[in-house]
Design a protein around this ligand. Structure first.
Ligand code: UGA
Length: 418
């Protein structure tokens, strides 16, 4: 199939590269000339394992442009993969979706039949009440009669996005149009997983509820973990024990310093804000966020057991990215921790294998160095689970571990929930 992807960000790039790998022709549209150029040279602008090799391997099936017009004209399907950032009140900013839908709408005028698929994470009701009216207004055509619409959320984890796309647990397709359903069934026929066909708003809610549930699982195990810590119990053994119950499952029960990233924080807050709009209370989700906001400060509490006054002390930080295998620092738990260390007038020495460049923009005045230099501190905090942190020599060091790097136990060791 000929597929147009609006937005060559993280989701758009991975979606296109993986579908190209399944034999489809991909054209990305992005306003960023640098991104367009890089894709046309077979390179990714973001760091994501396996993405560059996929782009290179499928170079003859992919291209990128700044122009929506020709991209819609030459394709059967348009995926909307535009950002939906947070607004101050926790709701989501739909300005990119609005502009994108307007552009596509205009170009639908000349098309006999085209399918618009929303892959961006949008709140339940957005496609029905916001995107479709724009498409209809700008095209002068009718959804499900003259063009198809579907919601096809992504469940990609940064750092594992290519694998998650190619080997999904399920594919969710929301549409109320038979013709659209048939095309999407065909698009994904080479994927060996359950395909869930549902309504537009149900598909949108599946995405939010999935992320909210996973965030809840982590906050839950962190709450249990904080209690375990007080009782001298190893939470990881508890997680292994409860995770064996198939109704619970072991995934996302790794306790630690909390969840960050560009998705969980934004999505959970957006769902809370949406509920508020309807007058419904989200008591569990509000506590899930609170537990997560407080968790990083546990690291400081534990550190103070060893160094009560942090003023002038050299505190080494291992890990700035919100998790391993990414350079993404959005909502990273290292941010509130380093903020607090600075407030307490500690001298922060930080290392991360990929995220230093991004972190420097937020904290230009702390010392960035390699891991050996970090080890020469008065105490060390482990905040990201990079594999290379397992190989460091912790002997004799004060280490507070927020990510279960057990090799650090060779030092004077304190785990956050174990
Ligand atoms: C998350 C979801 O896992 C994806 O399914 C979803 O598609 C994506 O958001 C999105 O909405 O686009 P991601 O943000 O890349 O993916 O990262 P995760 O691997 O889910 O980790 C999120 C945070 O939770 C990280 O800070 C991680 O360290 C933390 N985490 C994860 C834990 O603290 N404990 C765990 O057991 C698992």
């Amino acid at each position: 199939m000929n597929i147009n992807i609006l937005g060559a960000g993280y989701v758009g790039l991975v979606t296109g590269a993986c579908l190209a790998g399944h034999g489809h022709n991909i054209i990305w549209v992005d306003i960023d000339q640098k991104k367009v150029q890089m894709i046309n040279n077979g390179k990714s602008i973001i760091y994501e394992p396996e993405l560059n090799s996929l782009l290179k391997k499928n170079k003859r099936r992919i291209k990128a442009t700044n122009y929506v017009d020709s991209a819609v004209k030459d394709s059967d399907i348009t995926f909307i993969c535009l950002g939906t950032p947070s607004k101050k009140d926790g709701g989501i900013d739909l300005s990119y979706i609005k502009k994108g839908s307007e552009e596509i709408g205009k170009n639908l005028k000349q098309k006999d039949w085209h399918i618009v698929i929303i892959k961006s994470t949008v709140l339940p009701g957005t496609t029905k009440d916001f995107v479709i009216p724009i498409l209809e207004k700008k095209s002068g055509k009718k959804a499900n009669v003259d063009f198809g619409v579907a919601v096809n959320p992504e469940f990609l984890r940064e750092g594992k996005a290519v694998k998650d796309f190619l080997e999904p647990d399920r594919i969710v397709i929301g549409t109320n149009n038979k013709k659209t359903k048939n095309v999407l069934e065909k698009l994904y026929q080479s994927f060996n997983c359950p395909k869930i066909f549902t309504g537009l708003s149900e598909a949108e809610m599946i995405k939010y509820a999935s992320n909210a549930f996973l965030a809840t699982k982590i906050s839950f195990i962190n709450e249990i973990g904080n209690l375990c810590k007080k009782l001298g119990i190893d939470t990881y053994e508890v997680a292994d024990g409860i995770g064996r119950d198939r109704r619970i499952g072991r995934a996302f029960l790794d306790s630690g310093v909390g969840w960050g990233g560009s998705c969980f924080p934004k999505d959970v807050k957006a769902l809370i804000a949406k509920a508020k709009e309807t007058g419904e209370k989200t008591r569990i989700l509000e506590e899930v966020v609170k537990v997560n906001d407080l968790q990083p400060l546990k690291m400081i509490e534990l550190l103070k057991k060893y160094i009560p006054n942090l003023k002038g002390k050299k505190i080494g930080v291992l890990g700035l990215a919100f998790k391993k295998d990414t350079d993404d620092i959005r909502e990273s738990r290292s941010i509130p921790i380093i903020k607090r260390l600075i407030e307490e007038k500690a001298f922060v020495k930080a290392y991360d294998p990929k995220a230093i460049k991004n972190f420097k923009k937020l904290f230009p005045n702390i010392k960035y160095c390699n891991s050996n230099e970090v080890m020469k501190s008065d105490a060390i905090l482990i905040l990201t689970d990079w594999d290379e942190f397992r190989k460091l020599n912790y002997k004799g060091k004060i280490v507070v571990d927020g990510r279960h790097i057990l090799e650090a136990k060779k030092g004077i060791y304190e785990g956050i929930c174990w």
